[in-house]
Design a protein. Sequence first.
Length: 257
Amino acid sequence: MRTGNPVLNSRAFESFGLQPRDVAAESSPSTTMTVAGTVNRTMFLLALAFCSACFTWSQTFNAVESSSGAAMPWVFGGLIVGFITAMVICFKQTWAPTLSPVYAIAEGLFLGGVSASFEAQYPGIVIQAIGGTFGTLAALLLCYQSGLIRATENFKLGIVAATGGIFFVYLISMIGGFFGFPIPFIHSAGPLGIGFSVVVVIIAALNLVLDFDFIETAAKRGAPKYLEWYGAFALMVTLVWLYLEILRLLSKLNSRN
Protein backbone atom coordinates (compact mmCIF):
# COMPACT_ATOMS: atom_id res chain seq x y z
CA MET A 1 0.00 0.00 0.00
CA ARG A 2 1.14 3.57 -0.49
CA THR A 3 2.05 5.21 2.79
CA GLY A 4 4.24 7.89 1.35
CA ASN A 5 5.29 5.54 -1.45
CA PRO A 6 6.73 5.74 -4.00
CA VAL A 7 9.82 7.57 -2.85
CA LEU A 8 8.71 11.18 -2.61
CA ASN A 9 11.06 12.88 -5.02
CA SER A 10 10.03 15.79 -7.24
CA ARG A 11 8.39 13.59 -9.87
CA ALA A 12 6.28 11.84 -7.24
CA PHE A 13 4.97 15.18 -5.99
CA GLU A 14 4.30 16.34 -9.54
CA SER A 15 1.83 13.45 -9.83
CA PHE A 16 -0.24 15.25 -7.17
CA GLY A 17 0.05 18.54 -9.02
CA LEU A 18 2.39 20.06 -6.42
CA GLN A 19 4.92 22.76 -7.09
CA PRO A 20 8.62 22.60 -6.20
CA ARG A 21 9.32 23.56 -2.61
CA ASP A 22 10.95 26.89 -3.39
CA VAL A 23 8.20 28.19 -5.68
CA ALA A 24 5.08 27.03 -3.81
CA ALA A 25 2.36 29.62 -4.08
CA GLU A 26 0.86 31.17 -0.99
CA SER A 27 -2.71 29.95 -0.70
CA SER A 28 -5.51 30.11 1.81
CA PRO A 29 -5.58 27.31 4.44
CA SER A 30 -9.22 26.78 3.43
CA THR A 31 -8.16 25.56 -0.03
CA THR A 32 -4.76 23.98 0.65
CA MET A 33 -3.46 21.17 2.79
CA THR A 34 -2.23 21.91 6.31
CA VAL A 35 -0.52 19.71 8.89
CA ALA A 36 -3.18 20.62 11.48
CA GLY A 37 -5.95 19.65 9.09
CA THR A 38 -4.30 16.29 8.44
CA VAL A 39 -3.96 15.67 12.18
CA ASN A 40 -7.65 16.44 12.72
CA ARG A 41 -8.68 14.07 9.96
CA THR A 42 -6.39 11.36 11.32
CA MET A 43 -8.02 11.68 14.74
CA PHE A 44 -11.44 11.44 13.11
CA LEU A 45 -10.48 8.26 11.23
CA LEU A 46 -9.03 6.74 14.40
CA ALA A 47 -12.28 7.50 16.24
CA LEU A 48 -14.30 5.78 13.50
CA ALA A 49 -12.01 2.76 13.59
CA PHE A 50 -12.27 2.57 17.38
CA CYS A 51 -16.08 2.65 17.32
CA SER A 52 -16.39 -0.09 14.69
CA ALA A 53 -13.70 -2.13 16.47
CA CYS A 54 -15.74 -2.02 19.67
CA PHE A 55 -18.65 -3.60 17.79
CA THR A 56 -16.73 -6.62 16.45
CA TRP A 57 -14.78 -6.89 19.71
CA SER A 58 -18.03 -7.52 21.60
CA GLN A 59 -19.42 -9.70 18.82
CA THR A 60 -16.30 -11.86 18.80
CA PHE A 61 -16.31 -12.40 22.56
CA ASN A 62 -20.02 -13.28 22.42
CA ALA A 63 -19.28 -15.70 19.58
CA VAL A 64 -16.49 -17.36 21.57
CA GLU A 65 -18.77 -17.83 24.57
CA SER A 66 -21.60 -19.26 22.46
CA SER A 67 -19.30 -21.21 20.07
CA SER A 68 -20.88 -19.46 17.08
CA GLY A 69 -19.32 -17.78 14.08
CA ALA A 70 -21.63 -14.76 14.06
CA ALA A 71 -18.74 -12.30 14.19
CA MET A 72 -16.79 -13.75 11.27
CA PRO A 73 -18.80 -12.10 8.45
CA TRP A 74 -18.14 -8.70 10.01
CA VAL A 75 -14.44 -9.40 10.48
CA PHE A 76 -13.78 -10.80 7.01
CA GLY A 77 -16.13 -8.27 5.44
CA GLY A 78 -14.13 -5.49 7.06
CA LEU A 79 -10.89 -7.00 5.79
CA ILE A 80 -12.14 -7.25 2.20
CA VAL A 81 -13.81 -3.84 2.10
CA GLY A 82 -10.78 -2.22 3.73
CA PHE A 83 -8.39 -3.74 1.21
CA ILE A 84 -10.51 -2.77 -1.81
CA THR A 85 -11.05 0.74 -0.49
CA ALA A 86 -7.33 1.20 0.17
CA MET A 87 -6.47 0.12 -3.36
CA VAL A 88 -8.98 2.56 -4.84
CA ILE A 89 -7.64 5.44 -2.74
CA CYS A 90 -4.08 4.65 -3.79
CA PHE A 91 -4.98 5.10 -7.45
CA LYS A 92 -7.64 7.80 -7.02
CA GLN A 93 -6.35 10.19 -4.36
CA THR A 94 -9.17 12.64 -5.09
CA TRP A 95 -11.60 10.08 -3.66
CA ALA A 96 -9.80 10.04 -0.31
CA PRO A 97 -12.27 12.43 1.44
CA THR A 98 -15.14 10.04 0.68
CA LEU A 99 -13.44 6.66 0.99
CA SER A 100 -11.06 7.23 3.93
CA PRO A 101 -13.91 7.03 6.50
CA VAL A 102 -15.11 3.83 4.80
CA TYR A 103 -11.59 2.42 5.09
CA ALA A 104 -11.38 3.38 8.77
CA ILE A 105 -14.72 1.74 9.63
CA ALA A 106 -13.86 -1.42 7.66
CA GLU A 107 -10.43 -1.74 9.27
CA GLY A 108 -11.99 -1.19 12.68
CA LEU A 109 -14.36 -4.11 12.08
CA PHE A 110 -11.43 -6.31 11.13
CA LEU A 111 -9.14 -5.18 13.95
CA GLY A 112 -11.85 -5.54 16.59
CA GLY A 113 -12.36 -9.20 15.76
CA VAL A 114 -8.66 -9.98 15.46
CA SER A 115 -7.87 -8.14 18.69
CA ALA A 116 -10.60 -9.98 20.60
CA SER A 117 -9.27 -13.33 19.37
CA PHE A 118 -5.77 -12.52 20.60
CA GLU A 119 -7.13 -11.14 23.87
CA ALA A 120 -9.03 -14.37 24.51
CA GLN A 121 -5.76 -16.30 24.19
CA TYR A 122 -3.45 -13.83 25.95
CA PRO A 123 -5.32 -11.52 28.33
CA GLY A 124 -3.85 -8.02 28.39
CA ILE A 125 -2.09 -8.31 25.04
CA VAL A 126 -4.30 -5.77 23.24
CA ILE A 127 -3.66 -2.87 25.61
CA GLN A 128 0.06 -3.62 25.33
CA ALA A 129 -0.13 -3.57 21.53
CA ILE A 130 -2.11 -0.32 21.52
CA GLY A 131 0.36 1.26 23.92
CA GLY A 132 3.28 0.07 21.83
CA THR A 133 1.73 1.41 18.62
CA PHE A 134 0.96 4.89 19.86
CA GLY A 135 4.13 5.02 21.94
CA THR A 136 6.11 4.30 18.77
CA LEU A 137 4.12 6.95 16.89
CA ALA A 138 4.86 9.57 19.54
CA ALA A 139 8.55 8.66 19.78
CA LEU A 140 9.13 8.74 16.03
CA LEU A 141 7.21 11.99 15.66
CA LEU A 142 9.43 13.54 18.34
CA CYS A 143 12.56 12.23 16.63
CA TYR A 144 11.37 13.52 13.27
CA GLN A 145 10.49 16.97 14.55
CA SER A 146 13.78 17.26 16.43
CA GLY A 147 15.77 16.23 13.34
CA LEU A 148 17.17 13.02 14.84
CA ILE A 149 15.59 11.10 11.94
CA ARG A 150 15.57 12.70 8.51
CA ALA A 151 13.73 11.33 5.50
CA THR A 152 16.63 11.50 3.04
CA GLU A 153 16.32 9.95 -0.40
CA ASN A 154 18.54 7.01 0.65
CA PHE A 155 16.43 6.51 3.78
CA LYS A 156 13.24 6.44 1.70
CA LEU A 157 14.72 4.02 -0.81
CA GLY A 158 15.86 1.70 1.98
CA ILE A 159 12.49 1.67 3.76
CA VAL A 160 10.52 1.19 0.54
CA ALA A 161 12.82 -1.67 -0.50
CA ALA A 162 12.56 -3.32 2.93
CA THR A 163 8.77 -2.92 2.94
CA GLY A 164 8.59 -4.50 -0.51
CA GLY A 165 10.76 -7.38 0.66
CA ILE A 166 8.49 -8.04 3.63
CA PHE A 167 5.44 -7.95 1.39
CA PHE A 168 7.11 -10.44 -0.94
CA VAL A 169 7.92 -12.82 1.95
CA TYR A 170 4.32 -12.66 3.22
CA LEU A 171 3.00 -13.22 -0.29
CA ILE A 172 5.20 -16.28 -0.83
CA SER A 173 4.18 -17.63 2.58
CA MET A 174 0.50 -17.13 1.79
CA ILE A 175 0.76 -18.79 -1.62
CA GLY A 176 2.82 -21.62 -0.14
CA GLY A 177 0.22 -22.05 2.58
CA PHE A 178 -2.44 -22.80 -0.01
CA PHE A 179 -0.32 -25.68 -1.25
CA GLY A 180 0.81 -26.86 2.18
CA PHE A 181 4.28 -25.30 2.02
CA PRO A 182 4.27 -22.07 4.08
CA ILE A 183 7.44 -20.37 5.24
CA PRO A 184 7.54 -21.91 8.74
CA PHE A 185 9.93 -19.65 10.66
CA ILE A 186 8.03 -16.36 10.18
CA HIS A 187 5.04 -17.72 12.11
CA SER A 188 6.95 -19.61 14.80
CA ALA A 189 7.63 -18.49 18.36
CA GLY A 190 11.26 -19.54 18.08
CA PRO A 191 14.23 -17.15 17.89
CA LEU A 192 13.95 -16.84 14.09
CA GLY A 193 10.23 -16.12 14.20
CA ILE A 194 10.60 -13.53 16.96
CA GLY A 195 13.58 -11.97 15.22
CA PHE A 196 11.62 -11.70 11.98
CA SER A 197 8.73 -10.01 13.80
CA VAL A 198 11.10 -7.54 15.46
CA VAL A 199 12.52 -6.58 12.06
CA VAL A 200 9.04 -6.18 10.57
CA VAL A 201 7.92 -4.00 13.50
CA ILE A 202 10.95 -1.76 12.99
CA ILE A 203 10.32 -1.41 9.25
CA ALA A 204 6.60 -0.75 9.83
CA ALA A 205 7.49 1.91 12.39
CA LEU A 206 9.97 3.63 10.08
CA ASN A 207 7.26 3.86 7.43
CA LEU A 208 5.72 6.46 9.75
CA VAL A 209 8.68 8.71 8.95
CA LEU A 210 7.76 8.53 5.26
CA ASP A 211 4.22 9.55 6.16
CA PHE A 212 5.44 12.47 8.30
CA ASP A 213 7.67 13.64 5.47
CA PHE A 214 4.87 13.39 2.91
CA ILE A 215 2.45 15.36 5.06
CA GLU A 216 4.95 18.08 5.94
CA THR A 217 6.31 18.46 2.40
CA ALA A 218 2.88 18.42 0.74
CA ALA A 219 1.61 21.09 3.15
CA LYS A 220 4.64 23.29 2.44
CA ARG A 221 4.09 22.97 -1.29
CA GLY A 222 0.49 24.13 -1.19
CA ALA A 223 -1.09 20.75 -1.87
CA PRO A 224 -4.85 20.63 -2.55
CA LYS A 225 -7.12 20.23 0.45
CA TYR A 226 -8.14 16.64 -0.35
CA LEU A 227 -4.59 15.46 0.35
CA GLU A 228 -5.26 16.05 4.05
CA TRP A 229 -7.51 13.01 3.83
CA TYR A 230 -4.93 11.12 1.81
CA GLY A 231 -2.25 11.91 4.40
CA ALA A 232 -4.58 10.78 7.19
CA PHE A 233 -5.35 7.60 5.25
CA ALA A 234 -1.62 6.93 4.78
CA LEU A 235 -1.03 7.26 8.52
CA MET A 236 -3.96 4.93 9.21
CA VAL A 237 -2.56 2.27 6.88
CA THR A 238 0.83 2.37 8.59
CA LEU A 239 -0.65 2.39 12.09
CA VAL A 240 -2.87 -0.61 11.28
CA TRP A 241 0.12 -2.51 9.95
CA LEU A 242 2.28 -1.54 12.92
CA TYR A 243 -0.42 -2.53 15.42
CA LEU A 244 -0.92 -5.94 13.81
CA GLU A 245 2.81 -6.65 13.74
CA ILE A 246 3.23 -5.65 17.39
CA LEU A 247 0.26 -7.87 18.23
CA ARG A 248 1.91 -10.78 16.39
CA LEU A 249 5.23 -10.18 18.13
CA LEU A 250 3.63 -10.04 21.57
CA SER A 251 1.66 -13.21 20.89
CA LYS A 252 4.88 -15.05 19.99
CA LEU A 253 6.53 -13.83 23.17
CA ASN A 254 3.51 -14.78 25.29
CA SER A 255 3.29 -18.25 23.75
CA ARG A 256 6.78 -19.01 25.08
CA ASN A 257 5.72 -18.45 28.68
